[in-house]
Structures are given as C-alpha cells and as structure tokens.
Design a protein around this ligand. Structure first.
Ligand code: UD1
Length: 351
C-alpha cells in the first residue's frame, strides 16, 4: 500500500518519551531504525534520561533522536514540532498517572490527560497525521468477571479519575475514527509494567513515595524505606494477596514497535492487551525481589487498599496472532533488572 514505510523513513513523535515506559520505547524505536521526536515537559521525568538513551543506543542511532521540552497541552509548541518534523505516527504516553492523587485532583487529571489528548489529535489532524498508538491500561477492565482478560472483556466503570481518563481517551480516539475512517488508532492496554533496561542505565524513578508495588519494593531493597506494606492478605487468591500480570518494560517497549509495524498501511481502531498471561501475587513478588537482591525483604500486612481488584491477568493471544509479539521475560528477569537499576542509581536519575 502507498502509505507503507520502512522504519528509517518513518518519523515517530513520542509524547512523554522521557518517562518510564516512554524512554524504554524510544530505545527500542531507535534500535529498530526509526526517526524519533520526543515531546516531554519533564514534569515527572528527568532530562538525564536523554544522556542515558544516547549511551545505550550509541551515536549513530541517537543522531535520529530529537527532544522538545514542551507540554502536550501547548498547541503552539506542538504546531512547531509538526512543522519542523515530518511526523508520520504518534505514540501518546504523556499524562498524569498517580491513582491516589487523581482522586484528590480530578480537575487537574481530567484537564491534563484529556485536554492534552484533544490538543494533540487536533494538531495531528491539522498536519494530516492520523496514526496514533495510545497508552491505555488494564484499569479499563475494572473488577473482572472472568480471567484471563481478553480484548472482548467488557470495560467496567473506573474507580478513580486516572482510570476514567484512560477509559474516556479510548472512546475519544474511537470517535475520531467513526468521524473520519482515515484514522489509524491502536489502543494498547498495559498490565503492570515493571523492570528496567538490563544495562542499569534506565528505569523507573517515581517522585516521592511510590504508589506502585515494584518501585516501593526496590526502595526497600536499597534501604530507602523500612519495609514493604502488603495491602491485604485476605483476597480470594492462593496466598491471599493481590495477583497481577507484571510485564517487563522492555517487552512492553517491544510491543509498541510491533504495533507500529502492524498498523502500517491500515486504518481502524484496534485494541491489544500487553501482558504476559501470568498472574503473580504480592508475596511472590517480594520473594522474587529478595532472591534478586540477595536478602529477605521485610514486609508487614496492612488492610486492603480501596479500589484494588483481587486479581487480573491478560489473555495475550491476539497480540501474538496479529502482531507476532509475545513477552520474553519472566518475574526473575524483571526483578533482576529492576534491582540492577535501583542499586546503581539508589536515588534514581538525580542520585
Ligand atoms: C495501579 C493502578 C492502575 C495503573 C497502574 C500503573 C490502582 C487501583 N490501579 O495498578 O490503574 O494503571 O497502577 O502501573 O491503583 N501493593 C501492595 N503494596 C504497595 C503497593 C501495591 O501490597 O505498596 C499491591 C496492590 O494491592 C496490588 C499489587 O500490589 O495487589 C499491585 O499494585 P500496583 O503496583 O499499585 O498496581 P495496580 O494497583 O495493579
């Protein structure tokens, strides 16, 4: 088809490309030969990640990367980026992502996440770019009726404004395609991304007290926090603690590259789960991380955290069948790489 392009001729705009999943995806894109433009306002990311990307991919590949420090809500800045670069496709990661904070700051979450997406797609349309991959989340499945979750599993009401923004942005992008069938939309529903680049040069660097399990466990391992707080041991699961489908961030990054190749020359709206298909409990994670760092990590059982589901894990058959993508790494790899990152960078990028 006429719009099929080789990676070296394809320019990808990555919003939030300095963040955790974005930065790992940028590495994979550069290694895959793509031209990459990052737009990130660095509100929850460090500029130092750019040097790390350069070190990982080397001079040749990093010459295909450009960076703009800007807010995706800033229409003028986006216009400049589209004027200066021949952008073919967009991967949209940028957004606020702290579940608890979203409950106390709904206006900020709705206006930032949804507002910036509307600005982005409007600017894309003005520049004739109608190809977008969106960072969605398994959170749209809510409390599941049946496991594993397939792409046909129903969307359920979200339990917080963050979850609603993912839910609604999926609908908004679907409406774009209804109005103009030339749009090419891929919704990637991530399960629980953890791990780090195996070099130890890039990883997750949350500001303040981590909300998510893995960064918290990693900070206990490195001595920044005393013990892990396990939120509930009375769930209907084998050991009573919550079960999730943890996926290595490098696998997730590879899933985006697979999605770009898959969408080439197509139009439509397609949903893919990106997970491993395996469920792991909180206690199993603590055990795996203890093995990775070589010491028993202390933990204490606390009450359940409001809004948490008992268990979720993905059916990944569709991504395998359609895109030829499948997760390669297991929990031990994820904990090993996360530990390498955390132990080399105890205070993250600023350390
Ligand atoms: C959370 C969000 C989800 C978001 C994802 C991003 C909720 C309800 N969901 O997923 O919308 O897309 O992060 O990665 O917050 N746990 C502990 N102790 C901790 C932290 C977590 O025991 O200090 C437990 C939780 O109860 C859960 C599991 O660990 O069983 C995973 O929690 P977390 O890493 O926060 O991810 P999710 O809640 O699955």
């Amino acid at each position: 088809m006429s719009n099929q392009k080789a990676p070296q001729d394809t320019c990808v705009l990555v919003t939030g490309g300095a963040g955790f999943i974005g930065s790992h995806t940028v590495v994979k894109l550069l290694e895959g030969g793509y031209q990459v433009v990052i737009v990130d306002d660095l509100s929850n990311a460090s500029e130092r990640v750019l040097d790390r990307i350069d070190r990982i991919v080397g001079e040749d590949a990093s010459s295909r990367l450009s960076f703009y420090r800007a807010d995706v809500n800033d229409r003028e800045a986006l216009d400049v980026i589209f004027d200066e670069n021949p952008i073919d496709r967009v991967i949209h990661f940028a957004g606020f992502k702290a579940v608890g904070e979203s409950v106390s700051k709904p206006i900020e979450y709705y206006s930032n996440n949804i507002g910036s997406t509307l600005t982005l797609v409007d600017v894309m349309r003005d520049h004739g770019c109608k190809s977008i991959v969106f960072s969605s989340s398994a959170t749209v499945y809510g409390d599941p009726d049946a496991l594993p979750l397939t792409e046909q599993s129903p969307k359920k009401p979200a339990t917080n404004p963050y979850g609603w923004t993912k839910w609604m942005i999926e609908e908004i992008l679907g409406s774009l395609h209804t109005a103009d069938p030339a749009w090419n939309v891929v919704l990637l529903r991530y399960f629980n991304p953890i791990g780090a680049h195996p070099s130890g040069l890039m990883g997750e660097d949350p500001k303040g007290i981590p909300n998510n399990l893995l960064p918290y466990v990693a900070q206990v391992a490195v001595g920044r926090r005393d013990r892990v707080h396990v939120f509930g041991d009375d769930y209907d699961t084998p050991d009573g603690t919550g079960v999730r489908d943890y996926i290595h961030v490098m696998d997730l990054a590879a899933g985006h590259v697979a999605a770009l190749a898959w969408m080439d020359g197509r139009t439509g709206v397609e949903v893919f789960n990106l997970g491993t298909g395996n469920g792991t409990s909180v206690l199993e994670i603590i055990e795996a991380f203890s093995a990775a760092c070589g010491r028993e990590l202390p933990y204490v059982i606390e009450p359940r955290r409001p809004g948490d589901v008992t268990a979720n894990y993905a059916d990944c058959a569709k991504a395998r069948r359609e895109m030829g993508w499948e997760a390669q790494f297991g929990i031990a790899d994820m904990c090993r790489d996360s530990w390498t990152w955390q132990s080399h960078n105890p205070n993250g990028y600023e350390g």
